[in-house]
Design a protein around this ligand. Structure first.
Ligand code: SF4
Length: 355
């Protein structure tokens, strides 16, 4: 348990640092919970600098909960394109509809109601409630875990159940109850700018006198993580058809990666595919049929996701045969292809094709 003699100077030093170092970011100028929510979800998957563009585009297109709720999911995904983690866009869309249905279009103000919205976890609920309404909920993101682990010299893994509880309790004790939103923003910003993952500038840190990791030479060791993410390798073979200026795209409907996005007819293989084997395969003739000509091969691109490494290659062919498999795809004009939401990987193939 921390004493008031630990907490008050900590809070003061933090706010002083924040006043002189904080970045001017658009979502810091508002108490609008919708805007804060959008910014938080976007920032969970991208750096602030890249996130700004996405944020402006998204908020301009969907300026309110009702605009988002009433939009078609294909349009929402198009505006999310490139950010990855598409389930988050689906969740936001569903949560916006929920707010319209259950809260008459007003963003809920109680923590439990905010936390109950689809896709909103402890961190995001605390961020919305503290930034928008100054409610006393501490936010603990990766930046805060790192800062706290080092400052207090804690080696409990941050991704363990005990670690999560311990860090959440500590962050809550340190919270400045009068200025919860400001304090939380300062904690996050401190981890993002000063107590950075690699080689922080400890000599110029306002906490260096009391930082345990600095005193005990643990800065590069903390924080500790328990689990290593298991990476799965996958092999995709894309069939990019040119049928007199038309091509075929299929919407991914399963619940894993890229749900709702469009991609070329794809053959997934357990190992890296050989072109001659693919051309002889049943899967290929089911999609393409017998009459086609090869324009060129599309060499492999490696695409890294958090839990998967995808090795994708493909073939650009000309055909006007319309197989049953192609009937389950959308036939679209190649000139219109950029109107469809696609993954970053498919986008790279579009570039290779010059489409
Ligand atoms: S002294 Fe170094 S490790 Fe400690 S809080 Fe400051 S930047 Fe982080």
């Amino acid at each position: 348990m921390l004493s008031i003699n630990d907490i008050t100077p900590f809070q003061k030093t933090l706010i002083q640092w924040y006043d002189s170092h904080k970045r001017d970011l658009p979502w810091r100028e508002t108490h609008n919970p919708y805007i804060i929510w959008v910014s938080e979800i976007i920032l969970q998957q991208t750096q602030v600098v890249q996130g700004l563009d996405y944020f402006y585009r998204f908020i301009t297109q969907f300026p309110s909960v009702s605009a988002l709720a009433n939009a078609n999911i294909d349009t929402v995904l198009k505006y999310w394109q490139g950010l990855g983690y598409y389930s988050r866009a689906h969740n936001m869309h569903n949560a916006a509809k929920e707010i319209m249905a259950k809260h008459h279009g007003n963003f809920p103000t109680e923590y439990t109601a905010v936390r109950a919205l689809k896709g909103i976890g402890d961190y995001t609920a605390a961020a919305i409630c503290s930034f928008a309404y100054n409610q006393p909920y501490a936010t603990v993101d990766g930046n805060v875990y790192r800062f706290l682990a080092r400052y207090f010299g804690i080696s409990t893994p941050i991704d363990s159940t005990n670690g999560k509880k311990e860090f959440a309790a500590l962050a809550q004790q340190l919270l400045n109850l009068t200025h919860s939103g400001l304090h939380n923003q300062a904690m996050i910003e401190f981890g993002a700018l000063q107590c950075v993952p690699r080689s922080p500038d400890c000599n110029n840190c306002p906490f260096k006198e009391s930082c345990k990791a600095f005193a005990e030479d643990l800065v590069e060791i903390l924080p500790v993580k328990e689990k290593r993410t298991k990476i799965r390798d996958r092999f995709f073979f894309y069939i990019c058809i040119d049928d007199n200026g038309y091509t075929y795209l299929k919407k991914r409907s399963n619940d894993e990666i890229w749900k709702g996005l469009f991609e070329f007819p794809t053959i997934e293989t357990p190992k890296r595919p050989m072109l001659e084997n693919i051309l002889k395969s049943e899967a290929f003739s089911e999609i393409v049929g017998k009459n086609y000509s090869i324009i060129n091969q599309l060499p492999e691109i490696k695409h890294v996701l958090s839990h998967q490494h995808i090795y994708a290659c493909g073939i650009h062919i000309r055909t006007n045969e319309q197989t049953d498999a192609l009937h389950s795809c959308q036939r679209i004009r190649i000139a219109d292809i950029h109107q469809f939401a696609v993954s970053r990987l498919t986008g790279k193939f579009l570039e290779k094709l010059g489409w």
